[in-house]
Design a binder for this molecule. Structure first.
Ligand code: ATP
Ligand code: MG
Length: 250
């Protein structure tokens, strides 16, 4: 299929949709990578709010960090009517407690089947994979492959191998649904990889990098489309601001 024919999920942020040649290819799994406070969660919220208000598309926000009240507070700072959009069934915000007993993939599958979103956020992938490593994947069926592999072949597993297995399982689950998905990942300032785990950027269909560099008395924010399958990327950093309407790219 020629890339002009690929269906696109627009972010509704003009400068970014232009850089993406129209938007994210529908069904792509995209990492939103950046340091603390670069605007990852804000961007993800905006992607769902724009999806609902501009394109009538349903969006599911699965948060492992900020709870529902905290995300509502964040949205209110931007004059986004999150409660209203939730009431109208256009957006669903779900907090997933990583310390709880529930399996993530089962919960996610249930939410996807019932709510049928066109857009999905997991904020953050880092917290989720870290917790799955610590809990030894729990009873989660989708991750049982890792356990089988271990029984068959008892080689000491490095954290990276476990992470890779978790990521493959998670990405495969999401891919089945065909939903355009954003996964946030936390990058420390000196990180040389494109994600916290150093693996997911290879599995993901795309990577957006968010930067915030203090210069004098301002914070220079910039965004880069680092990778996007099925897309002719308009390369180069775009500077952005966080204003009342959310993330704004010149
Ligand atoms: N209403 C607002 N108006 C302008 N700027 C805001 C507003 N709300 C938040 N910000 C700015 O957005 C920044 C980042 O917000 P956000 O929580 O989206 O970042 P993040 O990358 O998700 O951070 P973290 O790594 O902590 O999860 C804040 O540090 C603040 O500077
Ligand atoms: Mg955040």
């Amino acid at each position: 299929m020629a890339i002009e024919e690929v269906l696109r999920t627009k972010t509704g942020i003009q400068g970014l949709d232009k850089a993406l040649n129209g938007g994210f290819p529908q069904g792509n799994i995209v990492l939103v990578s950046g340091g603390a406070g670069t605007g990852k969660s804000t961007f993800c919220l905006q992607f769902l709010v724009n999806g609902a208000t501009l394109f009538g598309e349903k969006g599911l926000y699965v948060s492992t960090e900020q709870n529902r009240a905290e995300l509502a507070k964040q949205a209110a700072g931007f004059d986004w009517k999150l409660a209203d959009l939730e009431q109208r069934g256009l957006i669903k915000v779900v907090y997933f407690d990583i310390t709880g007993p529930d399996g993530f993939s089962d919960q996610l599958n249930k939410l996807i089947t019932e709510f049928k979103p066109k857009r999905l956020i997991i904020d953050s992938l880092t917290t989720l994979t870290d917790s799955l490593i610590v809990s030894g994947m729990g009873e989660d069926k989708a991750f049982s492959l890792v356990q089988i592999a271990e029984t068959v072949n008892p080689i000491p597993r490095t954290e990276q191998i476990i992470t890779k297995n978790i990521l493959y399982s998670l990405f495969r689950e999401i891919k089945k649904s065909g939903i355009t998905t954003l996964l946030t990942t936390e990058l420390p300032e000196d990180q040389r990889t494109l994600s916290a785990d150093g693996v997911s950027e290879f599995i993901a269909d795309g990577v957006l990098l968010l930067n915030a560099v203090p210069v004098g008395d301002t914070l220079n924010r910039s965004i880069l489309v680092r990778k996007m399958r099925y897309t002719k990327i308009d390369a180069g950093m775009k500077s952005y601001d966080i204003i009342e309407s959310g993330i704004s790219i010149e």
